[in-house]
Write a protein that binds this ligand. Structure first.
Ligand SMILES: [Ca+2]
Ligand SMILES: [Ca+2]
Length: 473
């Protein structure tokens, strides 16, 4: 009977010298230069403020309409005397239809009282609730900061002729009030609003130094209105080299600016950037960020260019250590045969294995297999014992598939291969600039075949199988 113990990577001397070569590359690239890109302050939406304020069933105790034209802690304060209304009128000072109302302030009163925000509908000659809730302003000792979308057909809420449109907003208190209740307005304005968000992914992690990967950046506009003047930045991390993008001149790889321009509500735009981790980055993690840098509309839950919020997204890739390696291949035992006076065969198993070339050098590699001549074995090789003739052991032709983003797959040498012929047999080879990446090799799991001649002697035999990966085309 014969048994074949698992062995692998016996010929690791050349692999080890290759690893030292990769380490010296790492030192060469440590002197990389730093690039800093600065941007001017982003453009924000323009706010339009009231030109007059009127109050019913209440008394203005402090401030005028000019008090409410910025968030500065100077309040227009209305003291309740009944179910008050505060009407803010924007007369002939709005150049275009707006889609949202901004408010900073508070109601200090009875928490059970309904205090709601309304806008005048010139089409129906009635007040429309901006929100469905009636308690838009609950009792609070600290200011609220609201950005509310105006519902329905926006043009119904504006009258006159652009650029001199008029609109009216009202705070409506429907309960009977007392003189101990106050409504504070720090700022109220009409503006435009678009809720932008960014999603970002990367095609490969882990990634291979020297192999392309793709960043996908999607910017979405949750509305309620279209965004204009939209710019997204994506500056590649240090150690990554830009290759290409799928939007052409809209993305400037030097500044990292993607000029999106206009983006309608409920729509999105996508940019794919192809880049390569430089050799020397092995063992590190590269995180790439994209964010909205500028837009003309107010975003209710995030701000441009602050590396935070839902319009800021990141994608990270770990980079493989820059080595050439392969996983273990395990060879099973043969089951053994009963001699019958005729030639016969026996089979044993071989497991799949994986080659990883993360050096980024494009030096290529070869996988070789060699089995020693079968020799009599009984707890150890028997001196001057029986042997089987050379060239009796064959393995099938493996198949290979790239695992993830990889350069052209290596060539497979046509098999089956006789592996105990006295010299190493090349079963796969990656030419220069091929085979960079991770490759999974599979083969017939019971395909290792031993030919046993009719003249064989009955005893136990053993052979050592060595599978090696070596650098070079
Ligand atoms: Ca947002
Ligand atoms: Ca932000």
């Amino acid at each position: 009977m014969s048994d074949l113990p698992a062995t692998e990577n016996r010929r690791d001397q050349r692999c080890r010298s290759q690893k030292f070569s990769a380490a010296s590359l790492l030192i060469l690239f440590l002197g990389i230069s730093l690039t800093v890109t600065l941007f001017s302050s982003p453009a924000f939406a323009t706010d339009y403020f009231p030109t007059s304020v009127s109050v019913s069933n209440g008394t203005i105790t402090s401030g005028t309409y000019s008090s409410v034209q910025s968030v500065n802690g100077t309040y227009l304060i209305v003291q309740e005397t009944g179910s008050f209304q505060i009407t803010y009128t924007f007369t002939n000072n709005i150049p275009a239809i707006q889609n949202s109302i901004m408010f900073t302030g508070r109601y200090q009163g009875n928490s059970t009282h309904a205090v709601e925000l309304q806008i005048y509908n010139y089409s129906t000659s009635s007040w429309t609730n901006v929100r469905s809730a009636t308690k838009d302003f609950g009792n609070s000792s600290t200011d609220y900061n609201f950005a509310w979308a105006i519902p329905g057909t926006l043009s119904n809420y504006f009258t006159g002729t652009a650029p001199n449109l008029t609109a009216r907003i009202r705070v409506n208190h429907t309960s009977s009030g007392t003189s101990s209740h106050y409504f504070y307005t720090d700022m109220i304005s009409l503006s435009t609003m678009a809720d932008l968000s960014i999603a970002k992914t990367v095609s490969s992690t882990p990634a291979i130094a020297g192999n392309d990967l793709i960043y996908t950046i999607t910017v979405s506009n949750g509305g309620p209105n279209g965004a204009t003047g939209l710019v997204v930045t994506d500056i590649l991390p240090i150690g990554m080299t830009y290759v290409s993008n799928d939007l052409g001149a809209a993305y400037n790889s030097g500044t990292g600016r993607w000029t999106v321009g206009s983006l309608a509500a409920s729509s999105s735009a996508t940019l794919n950037i192809t880049a390569t981790p430089n050799t020397g980055t092995g063992g590190t993690t590269k995180t790439n960020a994209a964010q909205v840098a500028a837009v003309n509309q107010y975003d209710p839950d995030s701000s441009p260019n602050d590396s935070a919020g839902d319009e800021y997204g990141t994608a990270a890739s770990t980079i493989y250590a820059e080595t050439l390696s392969m996983s273990a291949m395990t060879v099973g035992d043969f089951s053994g045969v009963t001699l019958s006076g005729s030639a016969t065969t026996d089979t044993a198993t071989m497991t799949p294995f994986t080659v990883t070339d993360a050096r980024g050098t494009g030096a290529g590699w070869n996988v070789t297999v060699q089995a020693s001549q079968f020799a009599e074995y009984s707890g150890g090789y028997v001196p001057s014992g029986r042997i089987l003739s050379l060239s009796s052991l064959s393995m099938p032709q493996p198949t290979v598939a790239a695992n993830g983003t990889s350069s052209p797959v290596p060539a497979i040498t046509t098999g089956p291969h006789i592996i105990d012929s006295g010299s190493a047999v090349k079963i796969a080879s990656a030419a220069a600039n091929n085979g960079k990446g991770v490759y999974d090799f599979t083969q017939d799991p019971a395909g290792l075949t031993l030919s046993i001649p009719a003249s064989a002697y009955s005893t136990s035999y053993r052979s050592e199988v060595t599978i090696s990966i070596v650098s070079g085309p």
